[in-house]
Write a protein that binds this ligand. Structure first.
Ligand SMILES: [Cu+2]
Length: 674
């Protein structure tokens, strides 16, 4: 077998070069596990798109008909203009999940979203919903799960997981009303209940990558861990003008030179288990979960959502419901937009792309530990860089070039990818240090899939100038004539997307208030208490009364391990992230050649997000980082929540109610009188 050394297409650090030459020098015989047969490729597609009835097209068809039959009345059931209407059912679904360790599908029965669009072979990812700014989306959610007395007659602690068959819907990252029949997570849909949500997505809503999932306090984690999550994409059609920023989608439209292929990836961690007759989880001698051929995997309760349990289970992160898939349709030199969503709850994903040795396929029947050995032996240590262009759906002011992108639960990154030459590329979840990981232990290396790249135009040399040149060429074709020069000049300045950033930077002079928040897990009690600011969640308490129109600086900390902070409605902008010694690790230039930077925080300064890791390198205040963000309370009033996005922490109390009210003119909130 002939081995091809990876072409060094990017600026590489000396250490990586040394590793790469060692890799190239490796004899073919050291390739791992070549005696095992190759796994059948499961080609990955985007999640199935849901069938949306659109008012505009419905109106158009009525109009067309009226030209021929002038007297025909319009269909009263047709959606109104600018409405997108769809149905989602929630039910138990029998399906299968590929198990690379046993080299067969495991049968499973899990709560899931159902519909004719959902793939019968990969049902544990919800359908993709694509809409436009200015549309009203009506989603009828039908809870078809079986009756559950812990929803209707619950007497226990609100922070003990319960009502596993109760549900509701959250549009994560949407900038819409949090109340009434909009993005209101304080409603509960008990089994048998249907409810129509109405999301009025304003015409000035940013385009981008968002997602949806259940958010009923008490069952959020068990449902999301069953695969109940889907991508929600707001498609951008607004070009930038000299006075108004536009959608980056208008730059990334197909041209003769570039297709700008888009992919949607929903990454999930479905932690199903099979039970013996005594109700115990079946395991292998190495403690990984075992399902025998006639078993049906389930997620019965929260027992397995503890620290380290995900890695111990031996389960695999799935992408669009498939484990270890092959990504087809890529071509050398083509720029692709990858919309990547972390919809899992129990593991941090550190994504890397590395060339697979020529002639090597992924063997079947590898254990989790063997996966790490396979990656070490066969995936080049030289990474294909990712050019991150949107954080949590929101276009960034500059592309952030990185060898590894860190996904915490709830995070999204849109990455521009260019595979320089034909061949196969490993999609790797590389190791995470304990403080950077949900677990919180060092996470093992996992192979998530393989990208098959066909022959195209090879890119020789550094990818940054290539990408810049291609984007400038696209700007010449796709941008309005009065914006071509400006957009091109920006791109030539370190890949700046200045004309596409949706929210203006919050200046020091704008800030007129402060908030502080501290996560904590009190392990001195049994069960442990999951707290924010010293208190577990109380549905009857408003933890923060905020005033519409104010702009506040929030300081976020954790006194016990790390937690991803998520707030509904208004996104926030990162100001600084100080490590325990007071050093700001969010600067884009906080790099040194030996990895002396924090990959999950580098370049976060100035970035807009809705979910952010609040790190503590230990279990006491001494290990805590100080995360400073700013946010504007704009347009929407009402009660909503902030919480930890390790969703079993949320279900157990790591959540607060907040309320935004209309100002009374005296610094407080006006109350109506009757
Ligand atoms: Cu947490």
């Amino acid at each position: 077998m002939r081995l091809t050394c990876p072409r060094l297409t990017s600026v590489q650090r000396p250490l990586l070069l040394a590793l790469a030459s060692a890799f190239c020098a490796m004899p073919a015989a050291s390739s791992f596990a070549l005696d095992k047969p190759a796994a059948p490729p499961r080609l990955l597609a985007d999640p199935p798109s849901i069938d949306i009835q659109r008012g505009l097209s419905a109106v158009r068809s009525v109009l067309q008909r009226s030209q021929t039959k002038a007297n025909e009345a319009p269909n009263p059931l047709a959606p109104a203009p600018r409405e997108a209407v769809l149905d989602l059912n929630v039910a138990y679904t029998k399906g299968q999940i590929w198990n690379p360790t046993t080299n067969r599908y495991d049968q499973v029965m899990l709560r899931s979203y159902q519909g004719k669009e959902v793939s019968p072979t990969a049902p544990y990812v919800a359908p993709l919903i694509k809409i436009f700014p200015g549309e009203t989306i009506r989603i009828t959610l039908n809870n078809k799960l079986p009756a559950d007395s812990t929803c209707t007659n619950y007497k226990g602690d609100v922070n003990t997981p319960h009502c596993f068959n109760g549900t509701n819907l959250h549009t994560h990252g949407f900038w819409v009303s949090p109340t009434g029949n909009s993005d209101n997570v304080l409603v509960s849909l008990n089994p048998g209940v249907s409810f129509q949500y109405e999301y009025n997505v304003p015409p000035d809503h940013p385009a981008g990558t968002f997602w949806y999932h259940p958010h009923r306090h008490g069952s959020t984690a068990i449902q999301v861990a069953s695969g109940m999550a889907g991508a929600m994409i707001i498609q951008g059609t607004r070009p930038p003008t000299p006075t108004k920023n536009g959608d980056i989608d208008t730059l990334l439209k197909p041209t003769k030179a570039q297709s700008f292929k888009e992919r949607v990836l929903v990454m999930q961690q479905v932690q199903y288990a099979c039970y013996d007759k005594d109700g115990k989880i079946k395991t292998n001698p190495d403690k990984t979960y075992r399902c025998d051929p006639n078993d049906v995997g389930e997620i019965r309760n929260y027992d397995a959502f503890g620290p380290g349990d995900w890695a111990e289970s031996g389960r695999y992160t799935s992408i669009n419901g498939e484990v270890l898939p092959t990504f087809g349709g890529a071509k050398a030199g083509q720029i692709e937009r990858w919309r990547i969503i972390h919809a899992g709850i129990r593991d941090t994903i550190n994504l890397q792309f590395r060339k697979l040795k020529d002639g090597v396929s992924v063997p079947t029947g590898m254990s989790a530990a063997e996966h790490a050995a396979f990656v070490a032996a066969n995936c080049s240590p030289v990474t294909v860089p990712q050019f991150l262009m949107a954080a949590d759906g929101l276009t960034m002011s500059n592309a952030l070039r990185t060898d590894v992108s860190t996904f915490q639960p709830g995070y999204r990154w849109d990455a521009l990818m260019v595979f320089p030459t034909a061949g196969n590329y490993c999609v790797v979840d590389t190791t995470t240090p304990a403080a950077g990981n949900v677990a919180p232990t060092v996470s093992p290396v996992e192979l998530l899939g393989v990208v098959k790249v066909d022959k195209g135009t090879d890119v020789v040399g550094d990818l940054t100038p290539y990408l810049t040149k291609q984007l400038v060429a696209a700007a010449q074709v796709n941008m309005p004539s009065n914006m071509r020069a400006k957009v091109s000049e920006d791109l030539l300045k370190k890949l700046s997307f200045a004309s596409f950033v949706p929210h203006p930077t919050i200046k020091d002079s704008e800030v007129n208030g402060t908030q502080e928040l501290t996560f904590f897990i009190d392990t001195s009690t049994t069960p442990a208490k999951f707290e924010i600011d010293g208190k577990p969640y109380d549905p009857a308490r408003i933890d923060r009364q905020l005033v519409l129109g104010k702009v506040e600086e929030w300081t976020l900390r954790s006194n016990f391990v790390s937690h991803p902070f998520h707030i509904h409605v208004n996104p926030f902008q990162v100001v600084k992230i100080l490590d325990p010694t007071g050093k700001d690790v969010s600067d884009p230039d906080a790099i040194d050649a030996l990895g002396g930077f924090d990959p999950q925080y580098r370049g976060m300064k100035g970035v807009w997000k809705d979910t952010l890791w609040v790190k503590n390198a230990g279990t006491t205040p001494a290990g805590r980082y100080t995360v400073v963000v700013r946010t504007r309370y704009q347009r929407y009033i009402g009660e909503f929540v902030l919480h930890c996005h390790i969703l079993d922490h949320e279900d157990q109390g790591m959540m607060q109610n907040i309320s935004i009210g209309v100002p009374d003119g005296k610094g407080g909130v006006a109350k109506g009188h009757h």
